[in-house]
Ligand binder design. Sequence first.
Ligand SMILES: [Zn+2]
Length: 590
Amino acid sequence: MCGGSLTPFERAVRDILDRVSLVQVVSDYVQLKKTGRTYKGLCPFHSEKTPSFNVNEEKGLFYCFGCQVGGNAVTFLEKAAGLSRIEALRRLSAMTGIPLPEERSVVDPAEEARRQERSELLKALQVAHEFFVDRLQSPGGAIAREYLASRKVPPEVARTYGLGFGGARPMELVAALERRHVSLRHAEAAGLIVRTSLGWQERFHGRLVCPVYNLDGAVVAFSARLIPPDENGPKYINSPETLVFRKGETLFGLYQARTAIRQQHGAILVEGNFDVLSLAAVGVGNVVAPMGTALTADQVRLLARFSDSVTVMFDGDEAGRKASRRAVGPLIEAGLDGRIASLPEGEDPDSLARAQGAKGVREVVSRARPMFLYLVDSLVKIHGWTPHGRRAVVDEVRDVLALERDAARHAIYQEELARLLQIDAAEIRRLLRKAGEPVTTPSAHLADCPEPERRLLELMLLHPELIGRFLDEGDAALLTHPEVRDLYAELCGLASTPGVDPIAAFVERGDVKSRLRAMVCRVLATPEKYPLDPDTEFRSAMRDLKVAALKRQLEALVATGDEDEDLRRVLQRTELKNQINRLLADKAAV
Ligand SMILES: [Zn+2]
């Protein structure tokens, strides 16, 4: 078992988890509301519209009833921020100010090298960003400042979004990087410079630079625009994908917009970075843009952490309308309630904001149509209201509907499609049958576990003092379910370590079977679901367990009994029956 004292590393982990506020950690990703003794919010790990994600601040544990994921602050950061265990611990160590000693056994050399590389890249990007911001204010940055003024982007918006200028003269950035001891190899890996036959070239030189932040507020990439009248090269240049930047998993402006998105219970999705800046300039802050790519389900899932409602407001041209239709699939796939706003031909959010201000933008948003209606309507316009046309619409919609994993919504969409196309509902169902069957998630509950064993276990998790009492008053043999027995043995071992909360230690241990961990977290994240009088509950569960054990003995006796059964067995049986009756009478009397 796990007796003995903790290593300095384990003790630090223990202290960090004791000190850290899980609510604070989670709130960077999920909007939490206090309900009773726990906090609730929309799960960041699966898409949902009613909150089933619970946080127990006191115990430092979370659990989602929807996808059955649970754990502590470390587990949360591993999943939500994509950190390794040691990276998550390092971040929590920084949050709490409790230093984390090195532990040889937990440092995987490959992972350590990757972490080191990431941190070098982030440093290179940060140094470059400071340089760009500085250049925007320099005399050479006048051309960029004038351009921003011409696009009506005020200095305070430029500051909020960290805008910069790539420098008037080439090789200035390289010099700045070298002054700050950033190796050019790392600058190259971060996408800042490119090696050519003529030597190093700066990727963003002479351009207006928009930094792209991750949700930690670190700059992970840049998107740089040509400044008129220069017409050399493409209008926008983005950072390449790197160790710290994946285009399809990043949204421009999300770091700045997330508070507004939460407060306004909705996000506006626009095509370009300047749409984001122009809307921010007129006071509409809940706006993000995909990174110059077609919208991906990963980007929508990122957004869904902050709101379940999104209004797509792309440009009023053919490309914008096509992109709007293509956005419906990812929105459905991520389980979001999407709406599509249509702008008049030739308008874009930037021109709308400049001409009509925040009021005009909000009006367009309020007129946005539910995404599925929009999709079907615009496909009918394209294919025409003919038998061939309507059939073509069904074919195009099939792939989109296959992405809907909620069976009820899937059925509703089918009905809507039948109504909109005036095709018999049964026929639509038949035509759509090729679509993937809606998925249901399996339950991670210990379904096959006898009820009193489950009850006893949940009691012990909520009241760890009962772990020892169970041994005093009962017998481990009362537990028949293998996983319950494993869990109990584990808890006993942890309970014997002085100064350690056995439950917290159990959740913290990496080697725990995840189904057990999920169960522990489910119980602990929602203590209000359990009775408040542990003593009565404990005695009742013990009685039920003993009755169950006696009944098993009795059954075994009956099964092996035969005709020449001796008196001893008859007496044994009677005695077992009496014991069972006494226990049951006891229970009835309570
Ligand atoms: Zn979930």
